[in-house]
Ligand binder design. Sequence first.
Ligand SMILES: [Zn+2]
Length: 415
Amino acid sequence: MKQRQGIMTLIFAAVLSIGLLGGFTSTADVSAKQTVKVVKVQKVATKAYRATKGYMYNSPKLTKKIHNLKNYPKTTFYSKKRVTIKTTNNKTAYYTYVANKSGKIKGYVYSKYLKLYQPTKTTSTSSSNSQSDNSISTPQVISKSSLSSLIAASPDLDPTGELLSLTSADYKTYQSVFNKNFNVGNYADEGVFTDDQASIYVKSPTLQPYVQKAIDKWNTALGTTVFTLGTAQNHSLTLGFGNGQSEGWDGVFDGDSVQVDYYDFHDRTYPYGPMPLSSSQTIQIKLSTDDTDVDGAAEGMAATRVKQSAATHRDTSAHYLTTTVSGTPTELLENYWVGVITHELGHALGLDHTPYFQDIMAAPASTEDGQSQENAKYDWTTYKDSDNVQGGALTATLSQRDIDRAKLTKLLGYW
Ligand SMILES: [Zn+2]
């Protein structure tokens, strides 16, 4: 399934967008000509950060670079306020005003280049057998070994039970442990979620009913309104058609927008081959890497075309997939695209891929086109679940694992 490359493309797109921002941060002359508009200044709670890269600027208008943050890898900065700016090309970016402890090094830093810093060091493994962990000195925080036991007792990549009812200090302290063990991370741009909600502006009316269904799936599963429909004037996330043909995606999420491939969406033979579109009869489509046939009401349909389209499901050479999907042709196509959108919204919630085909967040491999996903408990090159499980994305169905992980990312503060 091509949309499973979304996260790969997401990382790629993130690099691209950082590159674009770099365009006005790294060339002073150009940035001087750029009119940077400060649209919002917010006081924020003081948190400790380390800078990962980039520059510190003297003002939110980014007129002058005052420090290269490469030179301050071990300096802890404290956040004071956050500014939202708009560049000439109307791109929104967030900068945080920070200062070191003495207050001598202070200025504005691109928010994404700041990483929350916990003075109590934690490592990102779950399998520590050490008897004592001296690094955790705060008594109210769960011990590393207790957390490891909880993770070990929970199903693979599925945070359950006590893991979803720890204290906020626990989630803060062990953020990287959670990221690594449950394939999650903070993938949405700052400002996408406010008060645990994101509002989506759907740029094409054609997509509206699909997006509404995807929204309903997450809201119902999580028991809260996490996504709402926004307007052109008032939204935090956009969703529209894009061109995924050359990069091979059906859907992509890049931090504050979701795109759906225009061409495949309008190709009614994609992804299942030709179907009797006007028929209201239920058909079954069996998908397999080795052989593909269509049975039930659709028997006799152009099997060769189905075979071809099954080939397009294979975005990596060796993955294993055998499943049957059923529904009317219209339902099958609708489910497919609702599944794509639901999957991309899952990325917005902070979910990376899993190797379980039944998950909406499934991907056939942890590494695609040579790029590994940002947070992975382990590498995989084939689906882990057995034959004939229902594909979460194909049927637009959230698994319990999808839901539990999204609950975890809320606790981690990613939405
Ligand atoms: Zn994806």
